[in-house]
Design a protein around this ligand. Structure first.
Ligand code: GLN
Length: 477
């Protein structure tokens, strides 16, 4: 193994002990060997471009291979979004995230598998087939960024981009035993990200460690005039304070969320990780989020409502698959959409259209907006006396493929991730142990725009634990 973390690999490139060409060939070989089992990539580049000239100051990402979730628009590859609708779509421009990483010298090896239009928690909704979890191939890697998570966990790439609308970075990170960060809403440009629910979608990173995530996030953050929701504020360093002590940091704990956990091993790992935070000098403070139990219900009105509007552009004329079975324009729209979208996407478009229609709008959409506000207020109150909130990522570990055929039980797997999404807060997931041989994650949520504190706490935890260094058997050579 060339190195199990991005930083180790960057060090080797810098010292000259491995060349960019050797590094690229090494990861290409790993992808070729393992992708047939994992199905983590939708598209693998045959001849990845050499990195752009070294930036000044030099970037640790220079010459390091990586992959993009297949919803970031790329000029030189198809952007399918995991859908038959876009299976041959090539964007005329690059997403800001893609061009920013390219400017730092990132070497993109391909595009990763995902739930169709980022809707799902298992990656089973992809037109390109399910992804296998490298820890157990019969189990899911989580979703919707399951391809990126499986690729990083199996060390097919040192890091990958991902997006999170209601948990799609944190839950796959937890299921695959790696670290993943979703920054505050507005921190990273959404320009060139195929939209699912625009008020929630946010780009982030999946990598082995918090330090790796910080290095990549640093290059992605910052104002972009092309995205009107991107924040026009100076970007702080999220790497500078990683080594600072967390002594005295107030970490909020929602006791009832931990009590609720049915899986004894997840519960024990969570409690143990909190004890370790205390050993590092953090102080635990009980907090309550009285409206958080309404988050899943509100999200499954708001996200489908926004998706029904965003996905209207895929009509076979402006964008997407065009049916050849159409006698008139109306039939062309209907047939193109019927053929191009999968079942879960159709379910959400129907739910969203219904929630936005006259007569239901006030009862559902407006009510869900109010709940969203109440949840944001709950967090605001909690953050008046804590610095970071620690809680579970998921009520269970990676489940078996096919285990959740009922959509509502799938939706329930987002119960701990959706609240922070509705409030637009930065949050991450880091590995803290195992249950039934599968990884368990802990979620850290920060104040709005305070990515630095959650990364610092995670990094300090990773200085005294080794969970983030565990690599699944068969991938550790
Ligand atoms: N699992 C959630 C959903 O299906 C979240 C997806 C996401 O964050 N993109 O909507």
């Amino acid at each position: 193994m060339i190195g199990s973390s991005l930083l180790q690999i960057a060090e080797k490139v810098r010292s000259g002990s491995v060349s960019v060409a050797e590094l690229t060939a090494y990861y290409q070989q790993r992808i070729q060997q393992h992708n047939p089992t994992l199905n983590a990539f939708i598209h693998v580049k045959e001849s990845p471009e050499s990195p752009l000239a070294e930036a000044t100051p030099p970037s640790p990402l220079h010459g390091i291979p990586m992959a993009h979730k297949d919803l970031f628009c790329t000029r030189d590859m198809i952007t399918s979004c995991g859908s038959a609708m876009l299976k041959s779509y090539v964007s005329p421009y690059d997403a800001t995230v893609v061009s920013r990483l390219q400017e730092q010298g990132a070497v993109c090896l391909g595009k990763t598998n995902m739930d169709e239009f980022a809707m799902g928690s298992s990656n089973e909704n992809s037109y390109f087939g399910a992804v296998a979890n490298p820890w157990n191939h019969e189990h899911v890697p989580g979703g919707s960024s399951g391809g990126s998570a499986a690729a990083v966990a199996a060390r097919l790439v040192p890091y990958a981009t991902a997006t999170d609308t209601g948990g799609s970075i944190r839950q796959p990170a937890a299921f695959c035993g790696i670290t993943g960060i979703k920054p505050s809403y507005g921190r990273v440009s959404r320009y060139g990200m195929v939209a699912f629910a625009s008020s929630l979608d946010q780009a982030g990173v999946l990598a082995p460690s918090a330090e790796d995530c910080a290095l990549v996030l640093q290059a992605m953050m910052g104002h972009d005039p092309q995205d009107s929701t991107s924040i026009n504020e100076s970007v702080p360093s999220v790497t500078e304070k990683l080594d600072h002590s967390v002594r005295g940091m107030k970490v909020g704990v929602v006791r009832e969320w931990i009590e609720q956990l049915q899986d004894a091993e997840i519960k024990a790992a969570t409690e143990e990780s909190l004890r370790q935070l205390v050993d590092l000098g953090a102080e635990l403070v009980d907090v309550s989020l009285p409206h958080a139990h309404l988050a899943v219900s509100a999200y499954y009105i708001l996200a489908p409502a926004e998706c029904s509007s965003n996905l209207s552009r895929f009509d076979g004329v402006r964008f997407g698959h065009q049916s050849d079975q159409a006698e008139d324009l109306q039939a062309l729209y209907a047939n193109s959409r019927s053929e191009g979208f999968g079942q879960e996407v159709k379910r959400r478009i129907l739910t969203g259209t219904w929630a936005l229609s006259a007569g239901y709008y006030d009862a559902y959409y407006v009510k869900a907006q109010r709940i969203r506000r109440l949840i944001a207020e709950d967090f605001k109150k909690a953050f008046s006396h804590i610095d970071v909130l620690a809680c579970p990522v998921s009520p269970e570990v990676a489940f078996a493929k096919g285990a959740k055929s009922d959509p509502v039980s799938m939706y329930q797997s987002d119960v701990f991730t959706i609240p922070a999404s509705l409030a637009g807060l930065p949050c991450l997931s880091m590995p803290i142990g195992f249950s039934q041989g599968l990884p368990v994650g802990l979620q850290l949520i920060g104040r709005y725009l305070d990515e630095a504190s959650i990364l610092k706490l995670a990094h300090q935890y990773q200085q005294v634990t080794e969970w983030h260094q565990c690599i699944p058997e068969g991938y550790d050579d």
